[in-house]
Design a binder for this molecule. Sequence first.
Ligand SMILES: Cc1ncc(COP(=O)(O)O)c(C=O)c1O
Length: 385
Amino acid sequence: MQKVYLDNAATTALRPEVVSVMTEVLSHEFGNPSSTHQFGQASKSILERCRKEIAKRFNAVPGEIIFTSGGTEADNLIFHSAVSDLGVTTIITSPIEHHAVLHTAEALAQKHGINLELVGLTDTGAIDLDHLEQLLSEQKEPTKVLVSLMHINNEIGSILPIEQVALLCKSFGAYFHSDTVQSAGHYPLDFAALPIDFAVAAAHKFHGPKGVGFAFIRKNSGLNPIILGGGQERGMRAGTEPVYAIAGMAKALEMAYDNLTQEHDYVRQLKVRFIDGLRKIPGIRFNGPCCDLSKSTYTLVNVGLPISPEKAGLLLFQLDLKGIACSQGSACQSGSSGGSHVLTALADIGFPLMPSLRFSFSIYNTAQEVDYVLEALAECIKGAN
Ligand SMILES: Cc1ncc(COP(=O)(O)O)c(C=O)c1O
């Protein structure tokens, strides 16, 4: 049976070159990078070389890159420390953020009485920048504000005009954090040019290993660690670093950025082919701006399907039986906890709430796979009606 993996927004396959680098480090460099002997120093030198290389890709200084276990931990570090160390008392975010942001912000609001504001969406599903400006202008001195808006939405693929938002936040003296998990390794990010305070990345979204990522924390930001212990990561994150995984992440980023244009074009044409095919299925709807290639990422399509909610769970199962992996993007019709909070937020601004699927592509997909999935999908929809 053919197997087609179209769930690359959830995680990606490792590049063979990444596996080679990791295997090499695992086999030969087991020293603890904090040890002063030669074994430790060999690991330390890999660690710091990776930090330098990664920093260079984002036009940051090495000290601004703090290795973490991934995007969730990096988001948590920034939020918790912004409240306890920077004195942030208002967090402005949006209803379509990843739960790593939303649940963290909600917990801080509950535990520390932080004022939590949600920016509205425009009728296309984009962040309403006028509303953001209004919310910022309502905050009175000496309130310290953290704005957190993701660069690329992991469910509907919408792209935030990150530079415009960063400038807006700066003009109001607010801290700006962006969850860049879906854009790091996919789009160029220049942290020297962009007036952003904090950003995050996860290696497994760009063909690197799981369990490793980093926080970009602007120099002299005043943040402190939330994981306490040894003085690793320049005192910002205790715990012995997984050098092999960090080396894998550095290799994955190197390859992602060295091949960016060519790979972007390749994946983009798969998405276009898929959208063109989907349009031929009567009754389908695209969620958010995901079929507008100027407003959404080149990797992802979230599509509402003309089937009853009862048949929706079955559809994912039927596709799985045909070897097709994608994600359920179904909004909760009844407000049950199983639905997507992103699609629910879109429903609030008038997008029809339909059983939905998210398909996300990578360099390892082919046009033949796209055609196979289109055919299988059309067949399953027909069978469900
Ligand atoms: C936008 C976004 N933020 C954060 C995360 C969490 O990253 P990690 O899995 O590395 O903790 C993800 C992963 O699904 C994501 O897509």
